[in-house]
Design a protein around this ligand. Structure first.
Ligand SMILES: Nc1nc2c(ncn2[C@@H]2O[C@H](COP(=O)(O)OP(=O)(O)O)[C@@H](O)[C@H]2O)c(=O)[nH]1
Ligand SMILES: [Mg+2]
Length: 368
């Protein structure tokens, strides 16, 4: 990641605090996912305009390396870090492979992204993330998991699943879309909102009714003469539980209808993040830490046992060494040498005395 791209300077958000404490509230990460063409980028554009109107402009991160033009000013752009066309050439990849690889390369700089977000966390209330057109690039890649889990561990993070409402008016397509949403929900376990987009084309009422009334959906399926009708019927029973806890908002990225309801849902989802996800996450972290500590203690114990065995080997070696050393010390070679030195010294002393007496007597004789 090289730079933060140009974006309008933020006006400071109103001082927000958690109800429980006076600590400043962390910005909310809104991760926008959805099928290609469902309207993710347009949705971010609309949300950005809405938040500017509320005097709380968001901080926007674009994670789509293949997008040509963005209809909003973004603060961090994956395209500044990875050149998607270059990735295609260099790794000889097709468009999808290059998007996955670009995202993988970008995820290697996640610590830099996090430190940029940390620096800006007092200035913004929302961090928005636009993701690649093809949903599976993000949801089924290691990089998508790394990015989502890192954000989820640091900030209140909400997954927003954009659904193309007109395209989902067919019950079978609706079911496929819902199955995809469930799979993402259970994969990330983060608070989840389904945005039924493009309500300017078709009202989202039918979708809400299908979710609330199982029999209405069944009768819609009956009219479809498809080989998957039976499968859809059974699946709708399974999804009943999923629907009951689901936040769904009708939205139009074109007209801006549903913005207020969307942010009501975000507040509700933040509450869930604090009281459910965060608690679960902390428990999981504690368990992980305990597992690591247990492993560390086991390793330490094993090391000590190994060291004890080594110690006995070392002790044995030391005894043998000491024996040799002691033998050397008891050896009387040194004493002999000392005696010899003393003898030599005595001899020299004697000869010097003789020399002196001789010369002294000669000198005295000459003087006289
Ligand atoms: N009528 C209508 N069109 C929309 C809406 N949201 C997006 N679109 C259109 O859907 C197409 C795909 O949108 P885009 O944001 O690029 O989708 P993405 O691939 O999910 O990012 C574009 O032509 C948009 O103009 C909406 O709420 N209403
Ligand atoms: Mg897009």
């Amino acid at each position: 990641m090289e730079t933060e791209s140009t974006a309008s300077p933020p006006s400071p958000p109103p001082p927000t605090t958690t109800s429980a404490s006076t600590e400043p509230k962390l910005p909310v990460c809104i991760l926008v996912l959805g099928m290609a063409g469902s309207g993710k980028t347009t949705f971010i554009q609309r949300i950005n305009a809405y938040l500017h109107g509320e005097q709380t402009p968001p901080y926007i991160v674009n994670l789509d390396p293949a997008v040509h033009e963005l209809p909003y000013p973004c603060n961090v752009d994956i395209r500044d870090t990875v050149n998607y066309k270059q990735v295609m050439k260099q790794y000889r990849l097709g468009p999808n492979g290059a998007i996955v690889t670009s995202l993988n390369l970008f995820s290697m700089t996640i610590d830099q992204l996090l430190s940029i977000l940390n620096k800006n966390q007092t200035k913004y209330n929302y961090f928005l993330f636009d993701t690649p057109g093809q949903i599976e690039v993000f949801t089924w890649s290691a990089s998508g998991t790394i990015i989502t889990e890192t954000l989820g561990a640091t900030y209140p993070t909400i997954v927003v699943y954009i659904m193309d409402t007109p395209r989902s008016s067919n019950p079978i397509t609706f079911m496929s879309n819902m199955l995809y949403a469930v799979s993402i929900l259970y994969k990330y376990r983060l608070p989840f909102i389904i945005v039924l987009n493009k309500t300017d084309i078709i009202h989202h009422r039918f979708a809400l009714e299908w979710m609330n009334d199982f029999e209405l959906f069944q009768s819609a399926i009956e009219q479809e003469h498809s080989y998957s009708t039976d499968l859809c019927r059974s699946l709708s029973l399974v999804l009943d539980e999923f629907y009951s806890n689901l936040r769904c908002v009708g939205f139009s990225s074109m007209t801006g209808d549903g913005c207020k309801e969307f942010f009501d849902s975000i507040n509700d989802a933040c509450h869930e993040y604090e009281h459910v996800y965060k608690v679960e996450y902390n428990k999981w972290q504690e368990k992980k830490l305990k597992r690591e500590n247990d492993k560390h203690e086991k390793d330490l114990k094993r090391l000590k046992e190994d060291l004890n065995t080594e110690q006995s080997i070392i002790s044995e070696k030391r005894i043998r060494y000491d024996d040799i050393h002691n033998d050397e010390e008891t050896d009387d070679d040194d004493d002999d040498d000392e005696d010899k030195d003393q003898d030599d010294f005595d001899q020299e002393d004697e000869s010097f005395k003789r020399y002196l007496s001789k010369h002294v007597s000669n000198t005295t004789a000459m003087d006289t």
